[in-house]
Ligand binder design. Structure first.
Ligand code: NAD
Ligand code: ZN
Ligand code: ZN
Length: 345
């Protein structure tokens, strides 16, 4: 095996990533080394590069938390995966396994959780170290490039929809039809929901319709709250906000039907105003949702095995990463870009 790998590195917040030659990390006890085949590019990687959030990663770091690859080396004591197995190294990189949250399958909020491509180096490199207890097990028959978007965008929206507690036949409003939202529509349709898709780009809404959305709303063309209330007869039973844009959040709460649930998954930096009287008097629930647990991961991947959910992907080499992040920041990616290492770096 060679000793160096290409990696795209954040050296300073707000600056382009630097492509560097790094030593391939060696496995320690209880770790595995994954040779990356593909890694999706999430809007979270834009926030990470920009240092947008209160919890900041230590510099320098390698982003990327949709990395899929093969286990090529095992540290001592590893039993949870086998050499040669195809795994994903997700945002939930590791957790303690014994706190109150880990014990109740809420491991993403474990106080000791580490985050892939953020507090641990991620998939914008040819190799990643991983914790075998927290990798995603990629089902046979699913290609690495197709699996990549599912281990963040897929699990996050699948779990987020479940957290709205909508039932088959009810309405869900999905705000933001990018990497997360285009998968959310597909999960929602498989779950038997009526979908109203909201985005500020008409091209994203045309795609939403192709994916099965029953109605679309563009906030640039009129009040989106009134439009969704009209379409759904009083508001959507569940709302899922993936848009990385603050105005979408107040709008999303306004679109929620009485006694409905508005789930927040987009994380633009900042706060949004909450109309207290309406939320209280309408008994609306507003809840955050952060990726999902390992069972959610297995379920989210299972929907893709028979093709009921399929990410729309654009393949790029690692050398294009700065252009891709720039496009993502400006809404110029159709659905999801996946870095394809089979094309060289
Ligand atoms: P993306 O850039 O692929 O998609 C965002 C979409 O939102 C785009 O289609 C854009 O046109 C649309 N949009 C922008 N402003 C809008 C507005 N005002 N109203 C409606 N739509 C609008 O991004 P992504 O990869 O899907 O990620 C979205 C957000 O979700 C990011 O903030 C990311 O950090 C966050 N995220 C959260 C979790 C979690 O666990 N909660 C997981 C993954 C990503
Ligand atoms: Zn992500
Ligand atoms: Zn824990």
């Amino acid at each position: 095996m060679k000793s160096k790998m290409k990696a795209a590195v954040v050296r300073a917040f707000g600056k382009p990533l630097v492509i560097e030659d790094w030593d391939i990390p060696s496995v320690g006890t209880g770790q595995v080394l994954v040779k990356v085949e593909a890694c999706g590019v999430c809007h979270t990687d834009v926030h990470a590069r920009n240092g947008d959030w209160p919890l900041k990663p230590n510099l320098p770091f390698i982003p990327g938390h949709e990395g899929i690859g093969l286990v090529v080396a095992m540290g001592s004591g590893v039993t949870a995966v086998k050499e040669g197995e195809r795994v994903g190294v997700p945002w939930l990189y590791s957790a303690c396994g014994h706190c109150e949250y880990c014990l109740s399958a809420w491991e993403p909020v474990c106080p000791e959780a580490q985050f892939g491509g953020y507090t641990r180096n991620g998939g914008f490199a040819e190799y990643i170290l991983a914790d075998p207890n927290y990798v995603a097990h990629i089902p046979a028959g699913l290609k690495a490039i197709d699996a990549a978007p599912l281990i963040c965008a897929g699990i996050t929206t699948y779990k987020g929809i479940k957290q709205t507690q909508v039932r088959s036949g009810q309405w869900i409003a999905i705000s933001g039809i990018g990497g997360l939202g285009h998968l959310a529509i597909q999960y929602a349709k498989v779950m038997g929901l009526h979908v109203v898709a909201i985005d500020i780009e008409d091209s994203k809404l045309a795609h939403a319709t192709r994916l099965g959305a029953d109605a679309t709303v563009n906030p640039k063309h009129g009040d989106p709250v009134a439009a969704v209330r009209k379409i759904t007869g009083g508001g959507a039973h569940g709302v899922l906000i993936t848009a990385p844009s603050l105005p979408a959040f107040k709008q999303g709460v306004g679109m929620t039907r009485k006694v409905g649930t508005c789930v927040l998954v987009g994380i633009p930096p900042g706060d949004f105003p909450t109309p207290l009287f309406d939320v209280v008097a309408n008994c609306v629930t507003i809840r955050g949702s952060f990726v999902g647990n390992r069972e959610d991961m297995a379920e989210a991947l299972a929907f893709a095995v028979d093709g009921r959910v399929k990410a729309d992907i654009e393949l790029q080499p690692l050398s294009a990463i700065n252009d891709v992040l720039q496009r993502l920041e400006h809404g110029d990616v159709a659905s999801r870009v996946v870095i394809d290492y089979s094309r060289g770096v």
